[in-house]
Design a protein around this ligand. Structure first.
Ligand SMILES: CC(C)(COP(=O)(O)OP(=O)(O)OC[C@H]1O[C@@H](n2cnc3c(N)ncnc32)[C@H](O)[C@@H]1OP(=O)(O)O)[C@@H](O)C(=O)NCCC(=O)NCCS
Length: 170
């Protein structure tokens, strides 16, 4: 993600979250936060429409997924999974051994995606979200640099590639 992508990202952000980040949050993450790494997914190659984005902070061995979203018109087509897989690989390449995130308790779609990639729920933060007082679940995946997780990622990458091929053939 670059400053030039922020307008498209904000559009998806507004369609995806009831408490959307303001433009200044993305601009500051991109330009001022050395621990932050943000990415966009596009259709139609370089210069194509932005359909997904996600971000991580990596602090030595610890990583945090700060956001991930797919444009509503493009959900259910594996862009969310591709974005999460990309964030995980980036976190691992940058030295992370474990990764965490918060999700709304009601966000069962996101929970399913995270569980698929080995996250489990480790805590609940009561009334975390200011708009409706909803709880957050804290999810965590560990030993990212271990052999077992590498194997899990390899199996998931194969499954993802096959699913994308099937979707393309339809
Ligand atoms: C969560 C989100 C990123 C998922 O992206 P997506 O592109 O729609 O999801 P994908 O097509 O890549 O699906 C990947 C996995 O997500 C889960 N999933 C996706 N759609 C689902 C649905 N309707 N019901 C249950 N699980 C679902 C499944 O685990 C799926 O894997 P599977 O098909 O092998 O079971 C997307 O729904 C989104 O942007 N939501 C709004 C923003 C948001 O909630 N972000 C997360 C904040 S914590």
């Amino acid at each position: 993600m670059t400053n030039a992508d922020v307008r498209e990202v904000l559009h998806i952000e507004a369609l995806s979250f009831s408490t959307a980040w303001p433009p200044s949050a993305f601009v500051s993450e991109l330009n001022d936060n050395k621990l932050a790494h943000y990415f966009v997914g596009r259709v139609g190659g370089a210069g194509g429409e932005v359909v997904s984005y996600g971000g991580i902070w990596v602090i030595l061995e610890d990583a945090h997924i700060t956001t991930i979203a797919v444009h509503p018109d493009w959900r259910g087509k594996r862009y969310g999974e591709q974005t999460l897989a990309y964030l995980l690989c980036e976190a691992i390449e940058r030295g992370a051994s474990w990764i965490t995130l918060e999700a709304r308790e009601s966000n069962i779609v996101a929970h399913a995606l995270y569980r698929k990639y080995g996250f489990s729920t480790v805590a609940t933060r009561r009334a975390y979200y200011s708009d409706n007082g909803e709880n957050a679940v804290v999810m965590w995946a560990g030993n990212l640099r271990g052999e077992l997780y590498a194997k899990r990622l390899a199996v998931l990458a194969n499954g993802l590639a096959e699913a994308l091929e099937r979707d393309e053939a339809r």
